[in-house]
Unconditional design. Structure first.
Length: 174
């Protein structure tokens, strides 16, 4: 099996992380990979705010109920809606939201390739995160990706019934 397909199949959301810091080199490699994520019209409306500061992470967890992993680093994926407006994107167009997803998928795979656990979080106060990170007007936090080393004995991946195949999820049309 090729390496990309193997990585896709073996990647898991990590919900329990140990205290070992994510090295700055690994964090920068993940951010470098994120810039290669596909984007609507190749406009790159996403911006990334990264932190490995324990105090900032502590406050971020306080305003993010979904942030249960206790990461040692995090990347906040933001959309630059001011830039989107300059490009003529209306606030209701789906492109920038899809770009958040492609950036997140790229970050999750890049982290996995480096042996770093990762998990996305969308349950957080956008206003509080924006204030904490001192985001300028027009820059909206859309997703937090927690990063850290998987804790030994952490929760197993969630399994629901039988394994779903691609055939279960696909319809071919003539």
């Amino acid at each position: 099996m090729n390496a990309v397909l193997a990585a896709i199949r073996s990647r898991r959301v990590v919900r329990s992380m140990d205290d070992e810091p994510v090295g700055r080199e690994a964090l920068e490699a993940i951010l470098d990979a994120a810039r290669w994520a596909p984007s609507a019209g190749n406009r790159h409306l996403q911006r990334f705010v990264a932190t490995d500061d324990p105090g900032t992470l502590h406050v971020l967890r306080m305003v993010s109920p979904g942030m249960i992993a206790r990461p040692t680093a995090a990347i906040v994926i933001c959309t630059d809606w001011s830039l989107a407006a300059d490009f003529g994107f209306r606030p209701d167009v789906p492109g920038p939201w899809i770009d958040v997803g492609t950036a997140a998928a790229t970050i999750l795979l890049a982290a996995h390739s480096l042996g770093i656990g990762a998990g996305p979080v969308t349950s957080f106060s956008k206003a509080a995160v924006g204030t904490l990170l001192r985001l300028p007007d027009g820059l909206q936090p859309d997703m937090i990706v927690c990063l850290g080393h998987p804790a030994a004995g952490g929760p197993a991946p969630i399994r629901r019934g039988r394994a779903i195949t691609w055939r279960d999820l696909t319809t071919f049309v003539p």
